[in-house]
Design a binder for this molecule. Structure first.
Ligand SMILES: Nc1ncnc2c1ncn2[C@@H]1O[C@H](COP(=O)(O)OP(=O)(O)OP(=O)(O)O)[C@@H](O)[C@H]1O
Ligand SMILES: [Mg+2]
Length: 362
């Protein structure tokens, strides 16, 4: 389905390590990749979801738009981690309009933040009655399952100010876990054909798990794990700066007799990520005993840590591969280097999911 140009949005994933931009043209031929870029932001410009260095991040974003000559200033962006809570809740069945009015009351008991300090959104899980039949909470007609999203108002306002400072107009504010899901489901005429897929996304400061069964998310979790943990551990052991630790991590500094130390840091961090993912998948397995997870798709810059995918496959006994968000997007080989796209794909997955959104989307 084509979207008129005036409704198209630029996908902007503002992470604590880098900002990713993806522009997709939704034309008659299908979805065509128009622009793709990534720019690093200085360490600690964004800390625990708070934008500490507004000007620094805004100028990085401006630079990215300018460098890529992106004319469209309407964007879709996302928040995650510390500032947003995504929860499946079971509540008495009611019409969407009524729920709109009473969502604050319904949500209050599920949200650890002050209810007056959050923006609330929800989505009724309708199409998966059969899927949820194992779930006690959804049995019978009297209750329904709702995905609740609560974002801290202060953080939402920070992101709005940031975008304004960068000369952009935000139209969609999504959540990383859903943007990933959106990227996965694009181009699937029949979401049921994909079976059950677990997405595991490891960025710099967050690890997102989203299990999607036949086109619907059945489990999401966001924890504070990520590539930065490795930098911190290297800084502690080798007495180097964050930036030096980053270079060591990426293999850009000779290590000499410290090699074994760094290798152990990699191994123990990867172990903690894999344990976290396994715990989540075990939980899904116990909640839905009849369900079989078909595969794990990994994304985020830190999924490239050597050994991560292999270890995850060993520990879960599942097929593990990199998430390629460009799979169903038309790419002009004269404009983009396919090798680079393959490399950057997992890290750009959230931005791709955002770029698929249009003006008027929730
Ligand atoms: N080749 C690589 N090997 C190991 N780590 C890598 C590699 N490339 C990138 N990383 C790490 O991936 C992380 C950046 O990933 P990503 O861009 O997904 O994070 P982000 O979106 O900026 O952060 P956040 O977690 O706050 O959303 C950094 O920790 C970086 O060091
Ligand atoms: Mg990220």
């Amino acid at each position: 389905m084509s979207t008129p140009r005036k409704y198209q949005l630029v996908g902007l994933d503002i992470g604590s390590h880098s900002v990713k931009l993806v522009e997709i043209e939704h034309g008659k031929r299908g979805r065509v990749l128009k622009n793709l870029g990534i720019i690093g932001i200085p360490h600690e410009s964004i800390v625990e979801g708070n934008i500490r260095e507004m000007q620094v991040v805004a100028s990085a974003i401006k630079k990215l738009f300018k460098g890529l000559k992106v004319k469209n200033k309407k964007v879709a962006t996302s928040i995650s981690g510390y500032s947003v809570i995504v929860k499946k809740i079971s509540i008495p069945r009611k019409e969407e309009g009524d729920l709109e009015k009473s969502i604050h009351e319904e949500a209050e008991q599920f949200i650890p933040f002050d209810i007056n300090e959050v923006n609330l959104d929800f989505d009724i899980l309708t199409s998966d009655d059969d899927l949820l039949q194992e779930d006690e909470g959804s049995k019978g007609d009297s209750r329904m399952d709702v995905i609740l999203v609560a974002a801290k108002k202060s953080i939402v306002e920070e992101y709005m100010s940031l975008l304004e400072l960068a000369g952009l107009t935000p139209f969609v504010l999504d959540v990383d876990a859903f943007a990933l899901e959106n990227a996965l489901e694009m181009g699937q005429a029949d979401p049921f054909e994909e079976g059950c897929v677990a997405l595991a996304h490891v960025g710099a400061e967050e690890l997102i798990i989203n299990v999607i069964n036949r086109g619907a998310s059945i489990f999401t979790r966001d924890s504070n794990y990520g590539g930065s943990q490795i930098n911190q551990a290297i800084m502690g052991s080798l007495d180097v700066t964050y930036e030096e630790a980053e270079r060591i991590k990426l293999g850009g500094l000779p290590l000499g007799d410290q090699e074994a130390t760094v290798r152990e840091i990699f191994a123990s961090t990867v172990r903690s990520w894999v344990q976290e993912i396994r715990r989540a998948l075990d939980f899904v397995a116990s909640t839905y005993p009849d369900l079989t997870i078909d595969k794990i798709l990994v994304s985020g810059g830190s999924c490239r840590i050597p050994g991560f995918m292999e270890y995850l496959a060993d520990e879960t006994d599942l097929e593990v591969s990199e998430f390629n968000p460009f799979k169903d997007i038309i790419v002009d080989e004269k404009q983009f280097d396919l090798k680079y796209l393959k490399y950057i794909g997992p890290q750009a997955a959230v931005a791709v999911g955002l770029a698929l959104r249009s003006v008027g989307d929730k």
